[in-house]
Design a protein. Structure first.
Length: 205
């Protein structure tokens, strides 16, 4: 039995799942998913990389409920690593309209740093990287130089591909809808320490 760490690019995965089935699979248990993707391994460390929603109180509330449910359901295994969103003022030169757009910051860097930390401290055999972001390729190359024995496997979210990552790591594969459907959190998650209950948002049904 191998020991596997999992690095989840939340932004990349979220948009892939939304394109595939809307909000149907957003109540996802990343530890359960990793266990299904690496059935012969012990999942020892799952890190979920995301950023707090800006300027939408309802969406921010759903996100916070989800993050608390994830941590409560997987104590000691799952860690949430937060980056940030940056507001950008956009302008259409053709019509003169201005609007605010949002750009996620720090996630790529946070994943790269985590990958290097894991490579430098060889306590795991495999890293499952749930992302199809080719910006991670330099970190993958560095991690392999630091620890040539470390196996790095990209798991592409639905509707997300990276030819560069696949060329670098031919073991790359796409996560199936079946695995996502089978790896949902319970409709109600109870914190084993505080007793707090977290309900799947009705908006995600």
């Amino acid at each position: 039995m191998g020991r596997t760490a999992v690095l989840v690019d939340g932004f990349n995965l979220y948009h892939g799942m939304k394109k595939q089935r809307g909000r149907r699979h957003l109540w996802l248990d990343h530890v359960a998913l990793a266990s299904r993707l690496r059935r012969r391994d012990q999942i020892v460390d799952v890190r979920y990389f995301t950023a707090p929603v800006l300027d939408d109180a309802a969406a921010a509330g759903r996100q916070q409920t989800y993050l608390e449910a994830l941590k409560a359901h997987n104590p000691g295994v799952l860690t949430v690593v937060e980056g940030r969103y940056q507001r950008k003022r956009m302008h259409c030169h053709a019509c003169g309209t201005y609007w605010i757009s949002y750009e996620e910051k720090e996630t790529d860097v946070n994943i790269a740093v985590a990958l290097m930390e894991i490579a430098a401290l060889p306590t795991v055999d495999t890293v499952l990287v749930v992302s199809a972001d080719s910006d991670l390729c330099p970190a993958v190359r560095s991690a392999r130089r630091v620890n040539p024995q470390l196996t790095i496997v990209p798991a592409f979210p639905p509707h997300r591909r990276s030819g560069e990552l696949r060329a670098l790591l031919p073991s790359a594969f796409t996560i199936s809808e079946t695995k996502l459907r089978q790896s949902q959190l319970p409709p109600v998650v109870t914190d084993p320490v505080t007793g707090a209950k977290y309900l799947r948002p009705a908006y995600w049904q």
